[in-house]
Design a protein around this ligand. Structure first.
Ligand SMILES: Cc1ncc(C[n+]2csc(CCOP(=O)(O)OP(=O)(O)O)c2C)c(N)n1
Length: 326
């Protein structure tokens, strides 16, 4: 009955995508102290809507690149959970054979070309991918996920300019969570000017959206991807959102003075998962039993991923020089 209502299946898949990412990241946070994941982790808890909304609007052949906070992007684009957890434990079965850890996820089959923690570093690579596609006549859109701090890098502006000049099929998805580590946006950029204003100044179609609303993100991306696919060039979407946990690591850090508990609670009240559930209840398309079953399945999937990763082999010392570019 519920599934027959228009958009019910889209609404449910957006909700499920976010819930899966939340549960995975909460499991990462809960297990982090066991010292099995010997790499830094940057969690996207609270920021699930951009990953899920954007990737739901993409086609299978489209490509994504990301930065240090990439688990959500990787999973939303169809990366393997088993390979991600194994990668975080440094195992040979990881998506980068255990050489990369959390901040270097790659899954070419899923169209996840890669994540790199050097802020802004994947932006020109994404533009290069789109340039290759345009040159070779391939019908594909490339997405560069980036944080607000990456827009302060010179390479962002060079890349935007080049993408505009060549009308490349690339989308810049800026997750504006207000902070660069401990520096709020207000000490880094003039408050009267938004990120979308800057890129509009470059001459690029630039839009601001509620980054905690997965449906708004989905619809904006669908339209932006259509624009890019039809040869009209790049688009920037500035999505307002907020990370709940510390910049790097599994804990909370509201007590250390760079942001307030009040601000955190105000954003927590805008939880993208609760927002989507409320909307679905309002539209009488929320199926609580189906969601409970789904959460149980995801729980089992997560347990399996952790136990497979624990029993997987570490890379061998004699394979140290394998998988390198020379
Ligand atoms: C070129 C470069 N400079 C500085 C850093 C250190 N650093 C790591 S993450 C980060 C902040 C990134 O903020 P943002 O891009 O807004 O993403 P967020 O962490 O908020 O998701 C910084 C400065 C880095 N990794 N690379």
């Amino acid at each position: 009955m519920i599934a027959e209502k228009p958009n019910a299946s889209l609404a449910a898949s957006l909700l499920k995508g976010m819930v899966r990412i939340r549960l995975v990241e909460e499991a990462i946070a809960a297990n982090y102290g066991r010292q099995e994941m010997r790499c830094p982790v940057h969690l996207s808890i609270g920021q699930e809507a951009p990953a899920v909304g954007v990737c739901a609007a993409l086609r299978d052949g489209d490509q994504v690149m990301s930065g240090h906070r990439s688990h959500a992007h990787y999973l939303a684009k169809g990366g393997s959970l088993n390979a991600m957890i194994a990668e975080m434990m440094g195992k040979e079965t990881g998506c980068c054979k255990g050489r990369g850890g959390s901040m270097h996820l790659v899954d070419l089959q899923a169209g996840f070309v890669g994540a790199v923690p050097i802020v802004g570093s994947t932006i020109p690579i994404a533009v290069g991918l789109a340039f290759a596609d345009k040159t070779l006549g391939r019908d594909r859109v490339t997405v560069a996920f980036l944080g607000d701090a990456a827009t302060e890098e010179g390479v962002f502006h060079e890349s935007v300019n080049f993408a505009l000049l060549h009308k490349l099929p690339v989308l810049f998805i800026c997750e504006n969570n207000l902070y660069s580590v401990y520096s709020p946006l207000a000490v880094r950029q003039p408050t009267e000017r938004s990120i979308a204003d800057i890129t509009a100044g470059h001459g690029m179609r630039s839009e601001k959206h509620d980054g905690n609303d997965p449906l708004a993100v989905y619809e904006a991306t669908l339209s932006a991807a259509q624009h890019a696919r039809s040869g009209k060039g790049p688009v920037l979407l500035e999505l307002a959102t907020y990370r709940w946990r510390e910049h790097c690591g599994p804990g909370y850090d509201n007590h250390i003075g760079y942001r307030s508990e009040e601000e955190f609670l105000a954003w927590k009240a805008k939880d993208p998962i609760e927002l989507q559930k409320t909307r679905m209840k309002h539209e009488a398309i929320h199926d609580a039993e189906d969601m409970a079953r789904f959460e149980e399945e995801v729980g089992a999937e997560i347990n399996e991923a952790f136990s497979l990763a624990r029993s997987a082999p570490a890379p061998s010392a004699d394979g140290l020089l394998k998988h390198l570019y020379h």
